[in-house]
Design a protein around this ligand. Sequence first.
Ligand SMILES: NC(=O)c1ccc[n+]([C@@H]2O[C@H](COP(=O)([O-])OP(=O)(O)OC[C@H]3O[C@@H](n4cnc5c(N)ncnc54)[C@H](O)[C@@H]3O)[C@@H](O)[C@H]2O)c1
Length: 336
Amino acid sequence: MTRLSAVAGAAINGTAANGILMLGNVLHAKEEFSKLSDLGPVTHITSGDRESFLERCRSGEFNHIKAISRTVDSVAYTGRFDDELLSQLPSSIKFVCHNGAGYDQIDAKAARKHGITVSNTPGYVNQATADIGIFLLLGALRKAWIPQKAIRNGEWQGQAPLGHDPLGKTIGILGLGGIGTAFAERAMAFGFKIQYHNRKPVECSKAKYVSFDELLATSDVISIHLPLNDTTRHIISHKEFAAMKPGAVIINTARGAIIDENALVEALKSDKIWSIGLDVFETEPKVHPELLKDDRVMLLPHIGSATLETRKAMEIQVMDNIDSAFQHDKLVNPVN
Ligand SMILES: NC(=O)c1ccc[n+]([C@@H]2O[C@H](COP(=O)([O-])OP(=O)(O)OC[C@H]3O[C@@H](n4cnc5c(N)ncnc54)[C@H](O)[C@@H]3O)[C@@H](O)[C@H]2O)c1
């Protein structure tokens, strides 16, 4: 399907589109947000449902819009930016500025087909997300949830399992990009040896490049830092768990669906896996009941980037992208 041609509004009058459609709340960078109206009229949507959003797209209401800014949470009332939705946006819309480093809620290839450039917010998320990765890593190595639960239940005298030291263990980083690198730097300080797998080796003197199979077979800890897309979905499943060292520890702060969650539960139940630290889940906000039940799993509800400083920087980054769309007709952080 091709995109809707503009049937009403500014575009039909021959004037260039100059509107901004904000999907979701701006919570921190309010001052910067207020300046967006200097660029053009801002339409702000913070609730609704997909069908009514698509109807508004078809109605011509957005035919003056040039750029969309969207938050992760806005998926609740628009659904994914998939081919169906993208094909119903008016042809005036040339840019979608996403607030998040992971942009799996947007079909970036379909966007390109429709002449839309997409941006994300890389970089600023690296430190906060790597910090949460280390929190989960240390917690998983100590199976920290077991004694935490005991102390809160007034059972301090209960048994606390012994954990593992990081010193001398090998950590395998799957995806040595922005967050993977920040995580590796932190892990080194604890005495881990670092190896990684990427599609291509990167210049990094302190981490050893290994094949995917070698990373699985030789890592004491495997930490996931890949983007979620068609090639990485379930990249870790039954076969990959079988190939791991017995007693491996798994950390995932990237996206839940990179790991086949059923296979993860099976590996945990069979004691192939020592412990797990998860910030992300396959069908958020639902968490697999077996993961909730098992005290060897450290769980966090997707809070990798959740610090005031990082979230504010991300919002400003989105607005910088919109500003660049208006001033230079291109984005600062394009992904497609
Ligand atoms: N938990 C959170 O709150 C949180 C916060 C920010 C980002 N994230 C997630 O973390 C992911 C990584 O973020 P980033 O900013 O480090 O991304 P990035 O693009 O900087 O790094 C990703 C790395 O993975 C590598 N890669 C991609 N596909 C691969 C494949 N098939 N095989 C091997 N390597 C591959 C890339 O070469 C790159 O080095 C994001 O996509 C997002 O989903 C989660």
